[in-house]
Design a protein around this ligand. Structure first.
Ligand code: SF4
Length: 321
C-alpha cells in the first residue's frame, strides 16, 4: 500500500538567543535527518523521553512550524511547496489532538463554539446545519447534545479530551497527529480514550501518528513503533518486534523499565547512567554513546550510525547491531 505521509530527511533547528551579540550562533537540534512513512489506515507510534524531538516532528508535519530542511509528502504532494490556498485545502485533511485537555480548549468558549470553530473557518455551514454537524461530532466521541452550551471547566479530563477529538474530526480528516493524547489522564480514563481512538480509526479509516513517552500505551495502539533519541530515530519496526525484541541499547533500556504484569516473569531493568545530553551540544558520532551500556568501540564516538535494515520493516541505528 502506498504511504499517505512520507517524511524525508527532516531537520528542525531552533536558534538559541542568549543576548543580542550571541543571536543565531547556537542551535537546539530538535530533529536531525528523520525519514519515515505512514500507510493509509496505519498507526505509527513515536516514543522517546521528553525533549527528544517527537512533538516537533508532529508539528512540522502539520506545518504548524517551519522545517529547517527536508520534505514531507502528503498523498504524494510536497507539503512545504504548497501555496496558501492549496495548503488550506490540504490542512483540512489533517487533524491534531494535543496533550493537555485543560489548556487546549479555550475556557471562554462553549463546546459548540470550540468544536464548530474549524467548520466556521473552512466550510459554508451556518446556523442549524452547523449545529447539527457539531451534535453529530459530539455523538461520535460519546458526548450528548446537552454539552453544546456548556464550558470546558464543566467537564472531566476524559470528557475534555473527547471534545478535543471531536474538534480534530470536524473537517473529516484522513490523518491525525495525536500528541500525548492520554498522558494527562487517569489510568482508567486513558483506556477509554484509547479505545475511542481505535474505534474511530476503524469507523472512519483514519491514519495516526501517535506520539507518547509511554511504551505500554504505544504498544497497545500502534502497528509500528519508532524510538527516538536526541532528535534521531534509533530503531523502528513492527510494534511486537520493538516491544519484545528490541535491538538498540536505548530501546532495550526503555523497554526494560516497563513493568511486566506476570509476577512469575522477571526482567532486569537496564539503568542508564547520566542525563540526556543537551540538544545544543549533541555528542559526536552516535549521540547515545555517552550513556550507552554496550559501547566498546571508538567508532561509536566518531561516526553517526545509519539506520540499517535488519528484517522486513525493522531498522536499527547502532554500529554493533
Ligand atoms: Fe551504543 Fe555504539 Fe550502538 Fe551507539 S552505536 S548505541 S554507542 S553500541
Amino acid at each position: 500500500m502506498s504511504p499517505l505521509v512520507e517524511v524525508k530527511n527532516l531537520r528542525k533547528y531552533f536558534s538559541v538567543i542568549r543576548g543580542f551579540w550571541q543571536r543565531g550562533k547556537e542551535y537546539v537540534k530538535a530533529v536531525e535527518d528523520v525519514s519515515f512513512s505512514i500507510r493509509q489506515g496505519e498507526t505509527v507510534g513515536l516514543v522517546g523521553e521528553s525533549g527528544c524531538g517527537k512533538t516537533t516532528i508532529g508539528r512540522t508535519i502539520l506545518r504548524l512550524i517551519a522545517p529547517t530542511a527536508g520534505e514531507v509528502f502528503f498523498k504524494k504532494r510536497s507539503l512545504f511547496a504548497l501555496e496558501d490556498e492549496e495548503l488550506r485545502k490540504t490542512r483540512k485533511m489533517m487533524g491534531v489532538v494535543f496533550q493537555d485537555p485543560y489548556t487546549s480548549l479555550n475556557p471562554r468558549m462553549n463546546i459548540q463554539s470550540i468544536v464548530g470553530e474549524p467548520l466556521r473557518t473552512h466550510s459554508n455551514l451556518k446556523g442549524l446545519e452547523l449545529q447539527e454537524r457539531v451534535i453529530g461530532l459530539l455523538g461520535q466521541v460519546g458526548l450528548k447534545e446537552d454539552a453544546l452550551y456548556r464550558y470546558p471547566h464543566e467537564f472531566s479530563g476524559g470528557q475534555r479530551q473527547r471534545i478535543g477529538i471531536a474538534r480534530a474530526l470536524a473537517m473529516d480528516p484522513e490523518f491525525i497527529v495525536l500528541d500525548e493524547p492520554t498522558s494527562a489522564l487517569d489510568v482508567s480514563v486513558q483506556a477509554q480514550v484509547l479505545n475511542l481512538i481505535i474505534e474511530l480509526q476503524k469507523k472512519l479509516n483514519l491514519t495516526y501518528l501517535f506520539i507518547s513517552h509511554d511504551l505500554i500505551v504505544v504498544n497497545y495502539i500502534a502497528d509500528r513503533i519508532m524510538v527516538m533519541y536526541l532528535g534521531r530515530i534509533v530503531e523502528t519496526g513492527p510494534a511486537n518486534t520493538i516491544f519484545n525484541h528490541p535491538l538498540h541499547p536505548y530501546a532495550k533500556a526503555l523497554i526494560s523499565a516497563v513493568p511486566i504484569p506476570d509476577v512469575h516473569q522477571q526482567r532486569k531493568e537496564i539503568l542508564l547512567q547520566g542525563n540526556v545530553p543537551s540538544p545544543i551540544n549533541v555528542p559526536s558520532g552516535c549521540s547515545f554513546h555517552t550513556r550507552c551500556p554496550e559501547m566498546k568501540n571508538e567508532i561509536c564516538k566518531r561516526e553517526v550510525p545509519p539506520l540499517k535494515k535488519i528484517d522486513e520493516e525493522h531498522y536499527v541505528a547502532c554500529h554493533l547491531v
